[in-house]
Design a protein. Structure first.
Length: 342
């Protein structure tokens, strides 16, 4: 090796791309020792846990190479991937631990102790905090009018999200697209629907299941037609109506015509029709020329028994026939007066 300043060094170098957290409060880290120099262990494992508040910690050793201890710490963010813990340990005294993140929950550490010794190894954060999740769309109790729907939501975690899964009604759980901002397209059933979602972080913790209930209001176009001269009110032809809902239509004849009947998806002989909307509903109001126009008027006459005229078998008849086909009549026979309305 040439002398300095022309010296060079060979070895393995590791790149760290994970982001160091701003705080380590309430964090549990599983550390595996790869090498070390007395008085620090050269092998073994231990679990290092910081309190949720304050600056205390506990360290649980494996009972073979590492021992249990506790103490206080101070934490400093060195750069985007590296942090430093300065410990005052009940067993080992003061030491400094540097750790660099290769991803959200893993990395490598190095320990130096002013009294002597070193230790290096790798760590995994045992994240005990579950992620959180929200469903942004649809809103609970929403009324949806399309057969498919794009579900949207957000999720977050202290260290990293693994996946978001969703379930529509009682279907199988399915992985959504995205994690922090997730979405999924689902098919709906007519009537009430329930969407549920759950997030899982990189440590295997699941969020609480979040659900939203909403209704798929199925819509269909109504066809209303007319034969003859007349109209239908209200005018719902071509309108998008809710399937399963009841609607009412009234047919009104034009001049010189009368209502005949309703034909199509529903039949009826009365002008006012109440029907339940379905897919493909088609109704036709039929009007025909008024057959009563030619006979409408006032009629009067006498009647008697051709076998012999007598007071008890003779009388007077009057009748009125309208253009709507209704009539009224009066009959006078001896001392009997009778009226008929139809």
């Amino acid at each position: 090796m040439p002398a300095y300043p022309y010296a060079y060094q060979e070895g393995l170098f590791e790149m760290f791309t994970g982001r160091v957290p701003n705080s380590v409060s309430g964090t549990t880290v599983y550390r595996t020792v790869d090498d070390g120099l007395y008085p620090l262990a050269a092998a073994g494992t231990f679990t290092f846990t910081t309190a949720a508040s304050g600056n205390s910690y506990t360290s649980r050793g494996d009972g073979i190479n590492t021992a249990n201890s506790s103490g206080t710490y101070s934490y400093t963010v060195m750069n985007a991937t590296t942090g430093r813990l300065q410990l005052n340990d009940s067993v080992g005294g003061a030491d400094i631990t540097y750790f660099a993140f290769s991803d959200a929950v893993q990395g490598r550490f190095a320990v130096s102790r002013p009294a002597g010794g070193f230790q290096v190894g790798h760590f995994t954060i045992l994240d005990s905090n579950p992620p959180t999740l929200t469903i942004q769309s649809p809103a609970s109790a929403a009324r949806i009018t399309t057969a498919t729907l794009n579900i949207k939501g957000t999720a977050s975690d202290d260290f990293g999200l693994q996946e978001v899964r969703y379930q529509i009604n009682d279907s199988a759980w399915t992985i959504a697209a995205g994690t922090s901002n997730w979405n999924a397209t689902v098919g709906l059933l007519p009537g009430p629907n329930v969407i549920s979602a759950i997030a899982t972080d990189t440590s295997g913790n699941d969020s609480a299941i979040v659900s939203a209930s909403f209704e798929y209001v199925q819509m269909a176009s109504l066809t209303v037609s007319v034969t003859g001269t007349g109209s239908v009110s209200p005018n719902l032809n071509g309108q998008s109506l809710q399937v399963g809902m009841a609607y009412k239509l009234t047919a009104k004849a034009g001049a010189g015509y009368v209502f005949s009947n309703w034909t199509g998806s529903v039949t009826s002989s009365t002008p006012t029709l109440t029907f339940a909307m379905q897919n493909g509903t088609s109704l036709q109001a039929n009007f025909v020329p008024n057959p009563f126009s030619s006979v409408a008027g006032n009629y009067q006459g006498l009647f008697y028994d051709t076998g012999g005229i007598g007071n008890e078998s003779s009388g007077f008849l009057s009748a009125v026939i309208t253009t709507k086909g209704t009539f009224s009549a009066k009959l006078r026979l001896a001392n009997l007066n009778t009226a008929v309305d139809q």
